[in-house]
Design a protein around this ligand. Structure first.
Ligand code: NAD
Ligand code: UDX
Length: 459
């Protein structure tokens, strides 16, 4: 079959894989190839056991793989064939040198620019899909133009707003698609190509076009605003625990103001995921590098509040369990950073486990999808860690259960049975306010939700 356009995506990760699967599904006239330097990952994408758990993804991949969606490691060939190249490589926080711990590490990004010039033999549109510092396109253009081979590269920004666990519905029905391009004739032309691609399934009024720098910066700002809501509600949750106010009632009352809105006001043990912390730190770094100290300090507090919420959670466990958890078994229900994903990047459960191990607890971890990643995260420090797929076994002989992830599975467990198998007094620390606290109290548990009065049987 003759395809209208050839699209290449460099980076077959949590964004590249699902995004290209949905584009392939919605644009049967386009040939999509996804490449990665990680051969194992490409092998998995071509197998029955795809490397990412995301509801609805497997079905779509099976439908389009081998028809107009291909996963390969031949990056050079992919570049030669492509009209449009999406770059969706990882942009983690730098761990070394200038800006370590704050700035984005752009080495994977820059590497792709070099591979593109080495292999390109005709004009290309380069689409920034990765989340990048504002004005990165400028650097990309300088590298691409340095080749002097008469090839035109037009860089377009198209940040991705999908959230893990709901990637497929987010991609199928996005609130908006954002496309940033230069306000030049060539920029406008490239912008139109990308608009036309999304217009196959996204209503035109939901496709926003802006200048390149607004698009790049909007992505960092969107994540900063979302994370700021969680840090705000978490800050209030600690005040609730001191005053007998109830954080769920407050979130409802406050969120009912249509200017504020109900979503993203769930108090929790803290936010995790590969994006929020790294993108806010990047925003902080950029602000500081422009001399905007107060702006940098403002956003930094969103991250600091999140660290505080995690520390506070463990301090509360230790304090309430008679100031020691040494030698006590504590069952962590959930290790993924949120429900419906096996991803554990920056999961609060990692820090909570480390802190509990420092207190010499025995930590028993259960999670429906994230146990393999938990093993990798805790490698070398897991002498006192148990990995247990069955939550009932994880809780056996434990003194406490701590809810880390809001998996639906945890809601419907037989807590009477769990209570019977645990040491007494039995504690539940609900880091997601997921469970029915009154019922648990009636079973006999001492229950400690986030931002609510504890329900205990102590005098
Ligand atoms: P990921 O680590 O899952 O995937 C990135 C992939 O790029 C890896 O498989 C890696 O091997 C590959 N790669 C790195 N250098 C390469 C190269 N030179 N050539 C070919 N492949 C290369 O990362 P991700 O979660 O998909 O994130 C990708 C980008 O999207 C990041 O900038 C991230 O901030 C952004 N983003 C992520 C999410 C999310 O929910 N995960 C959401 C929105 C935006
Ligand atoms: C986020 C953004 O939502 C998404 O738009 C962006 O593209 C990538 O970063 P993601 O990290 O996948 O997505 O998940 P998200 O649903 O935002 O959750 C992030 C963290 O915040 C999770 O740990 C989640 O449990 C926590 N959270 C979320 C809360 O603690 N309370 C809430 O009310 C919402």
């Amino acid at each position: 079959m003759e395809f209208k356009k050839n699209i290449l995506c460099i980076g077959a990760g949590y964004v590249g894989g699902p995004t290209m699967a949905v584009i392939a599904l919605k644009c049967p006239g386009y040939r999509i190839e996804v490449v990665d330097i990680n051969e194992e990952r490409i092998r998995e994408w071509n197998s029955d056991d795809i490397p990412i758990y995301e509801p609805g993804l497997e079905e779509i991949v099976k439908q389009v793989r081998g028809k107009n969606l291909f996963f390969t490691t031949d990056i050079a060939k992919g570049i030669k064939q492509a009209d449009i190249i999406f770059v969706s490589v990882n942009t983690p926080t730098k761990t070394f040198g200038e800006g370590a711990g704050m700035a984005s590490d752009l080495q994977f990004w820059e590497e792709t620019a070099h591979i593109i010039i080495e292999n390109a033999n005709n004009n290309k549109i380069i689409v920034e899909k990765s989340t990048l510092p504002v004005r990165t396109a400028e650097a990309m253009e300088r590298i691409l133009k340095a080749s002097n081979r008469g090839i035109q590269f037009e860089v377009v920004s198209n940040p991705e707003f999908l959230a893990e666990g709901s990637a497929i519905p987010d991609l199928l029905e996005p609130d908006r698609v954002l496309i940033g391009a230069h306000r030049t004739p060539a920029g406008r032309e490239a912008e139109k190509e990308i608009v036309d691609l999304y217009a196959h399934w996204v209503p035109r009024e939901n496709i926003i076009t802006t200048n390149l720098w607004s698009s790049e910066l909007s992505k960092l700002v969107a994540n900063a605003f979302l994370a700021q809501r969680i840090s705000s509600i978490n800050a209030v949750s600690s005040l609730c625990e001191k005053t007998d106010a109830d954080i769920s009632e407050i979130a409802y009352a406050v969120g009912s103001d249509s200017r504020i809105g109900r979503k993203f006001l769930n108090a929790s043990v803290g936010f995790g995921g590969s994006c929020f912390k790294k993108d806010i730190l990047n925003l902080v770094y950029i602000s500081r590098s422009y001399g905007l100290t107060e702006v940098a300090d403002y956003w930094q507090m969103v991250v600091s509040m999140n660290e505080h919420q995690k520390s506070r959670f463990v301090q509360r466990i230790v304090r309430e369990m008679f100031n020691t958890v040494a030698g006590k078994k504590i069952a962590l229900f959930g290790f993924a950073f949120k429900a419906n994903t096996g991803d554990t990047r920056e999961s609060p459960a990692i820090d909570i486990t480390k802190k509990l191990l420092e207190e010499r607890a025995i930590v028993s971890i259960t999670d429906p999808k994230a146990l393999n990643n938990a093993r990798i995260d805790l490698k070398g420090i897991d002498r006192n860690v148990l990995y247990e797929p069955d939550p009932y076994k994880a809780a056996e002989e434990a003194s406490a259960v701590a809810i880390m992830t809001e998996w639906e599975e945890f809601k419907i467990l037989d807590y009477e049975r769990i209570y019977q198998s645990m040491k007494k007094p039995a504690f539940i620390f609900d880091g997601r306010n997921l469970l029915n606290h009154k019922q648990l109290y009636e079973i006999g548990f001492n229950v400690y939700p986030i931002g609510k009065t504890p329900l205990t049987h102590f005098e």
